[in-house]
Design a protein around this ligand. Structure first.
Ligand code: 6PG
Length: 484
């Protein structure tokens, strides 16, 4: 092996996220960081801009691998998909048993499961790690959600802990679970992020167009809310966005932005996965569909004159109105997080992961996009009862919802009457009412299914499965042993 200094960690892919992560790693005591980028010019730029980092730079993948001390540990920070696969195969060809390859991109967790299974045969550890916090987080301290083998975390854990954000004195990183668990939890994080952003947007829309507040006034309202139970990064940045004035026109920035939201796909994955798992994530789903609807430019252009038939939202007491909206936002947010954690439980059961929901809530307290004071309450809930079947059943959240319910109902009802789209507020309220309902109209759905498809049904008063002979004399027959 060459005599050159060897790195305890390497980064492949030096776009902004990768460069910032490399700089963060290099700034921490005990790390020597190797760097490699397919285009060497980018490596040279990073070296020249940050000589203090003491990077070990390589122009070739062979030199990069040679610069890593064993167990060689490299974090891939390239675009999810083919780019990642290409780098993985280059490293697999050169790494040895015990070495560690980390995919730090937003890979789909099923791809990570597949890759980990394929690579494990070589004795090399493959770790899918969600890294949340954007470019600033990568540099100053992200929330990190690694999966992969327990053995790999023995090496990786201290390195990631050296760069993770700190919340309540603890690094925002934990070994989430094996194989794809890390990328799964990062995906759920992103789904919750979508719901959080949609809920804030719905609150803004109501405050703006029912309350008559200006963007700057709403920024002030959000800043006040950020001092309380809604304290969060997303509330904080929303106030920043709403104070922004467009330099070209002098108009509020939010008014010159085209109202068609994009997405890179992680929210879609969350909903698709939740559908497969049979776990409702209505707030997240409505957030994804709200982005889709916003982008239906053709339909919207022709739908603009559809009948409205609305009733004005008479806001007599602005302070009370603002408080109603705040409570509706908080209650809906609780539902969105409860559904997100339900999805993690369902994923863990399906993919045989042992995921500590309390640990997940703790590493989301800092560094990531959904970081919020609220996550301390979730951590408390799981500390009290690690087997909690729903966050909504934790005393704190039950009380929080109870305190907000009448406001929540008023806001959803007035929004419907006034013609304001509140898909996330409304679906979250309906989810809550559905969850607590003693009887659901699903009974009728079962009857319909049995009528046209003979799909059978169960009874409330007997074991077994039944079918009614609808086209005959409509007697009921047991299709499985019954006590009827
Ligand atoms: C994060 C972010 C990040 C991703 C955006 C993509 O955790 O740092 O979630 O992973 O860039 O979420 O957002 P869109 O899907 O909205 O494009």
């Amino acid at each position: 092996m060459s005599e050159q200094a060897q790195a305890n960690i390497g980064v492949v892919g030096l776009a902004v996220m990768g460069s910032n992560l490399a700089r963060n790693l290099a700034s921490r005591q005990g790390n020597t960081v190797a760097i490699y980028n397919r285009t060497f010019a980018r490596t040279e730029t990073l070296m020249s801009e940050h000589p203090e980092a003491g990077f070990i730079a390589s122009e070739s993948i062979d030199a990069f691998v040679a610069s890593l001390a064993k167990p060689r540990t490299a974090i891939i920070m390239v675009q999810a998909g083919a780019g990642t696969d290409a780098v993985i195969s280059e490293l697999v060809d050169r790494f040895e048993p015990g070495d560690i390859i980390v995919d730090g991109g937003n890979a789909l967790f099923t791809d990570t499961i597949r890759r980990e299974q394929t690579i494990a045969a070589s004795g090399i550890h493959f770790v899918g790690a969600g890294i949340s916090g954007g470019e600033e987080g990568a540099l100053k301290g992200p929330s990190i959600m690694p999966g992969g083998s327990v053995e790999s975390y023995q090496t990786l854990g201290p390195i990631l802990s050296s760069i993770a954000a700190i919340a309540e004195g603890e690094p925002c990183v934990t070994h989430v679970g094996t194989d794809g668990a890390g990328h799964f939890v990062k995906m759920i994080h992103n789904g919750i992020e979508y719901a959080d952003m949609q809920l804030i947007a719905e609150a803004y829309d109501i405050l703006r167009h029912a309350g008559g507040f200006t963007p700057v006034e709403i920024a002030g309202i959000f800043t006040e809310w950020n001092a309380g139970e809604l304290e969060s990064y997303l509330i904080e940045i929303t106030a920043e966005v709403l104070t922004q004035v467009d330099a070209a026109t002098g108009k509020p920035f939010v008014d010159v932005v085209l109202d068609q939201a994009g997405s890179k796909g992680t929210g879609v994955w969350t909903v698709q996965t939740a559908l497969d798992l049979g776990t409702p994530v209505s707030g997240i789903a409505e957030a994804v569909f709200a982005r889709s609807l916003s982008s239906q430019a053709g339909q919207r252009a022709q739908a603009g004159n559809l009948p409205a038939v609305t009733t004005a939202w008479g806001v007599a007491d602005k302070a009370a109105f603002v408080e109603d909206v705040r409570r509706a936002l908080y209650a809906s947010k609780i539902v969105a997080y409860a559904q997100g954690f339900d999805a993690i439980r369902a994923g863990a059961a399906t993919y045989n992961w042992k995921i500590d929901l309390g640990a997940v809530s703790k590493i989301w307290r800092g560094g990531c996009i959904i970081r919020a004071q609220f996550l301390n309450r979730i951590a408390d809930a799981y500390a009290k009862n690690a087997e909690l079947v729903s966050l909504l059943l934790d005393d704190y959240f039950t009380q929080a919802i109870s305190d907000s319910l009448s406001a929540w109902r008023r806001v959803v009802a007035h929004a419907a009457l006034a013609g304001f789209p509140v898909p996330a507020f409304g679906s979250s309220l309906s989810y809550y009412d559905g969850l607590r309902a003693a009887r659901l109209p699903a009974a009728l759905v079962q009857g319909q299914r049995d009528f046209f498809g003979a799909h059978t049904y169960k009874r409330v008063d007997a074991e077994g499965t039944f079918h009614t002979l609808w086209s005959g004399n409509r007697t009921e027959v047991a299709t499985e042993p019954s006590t009827h």
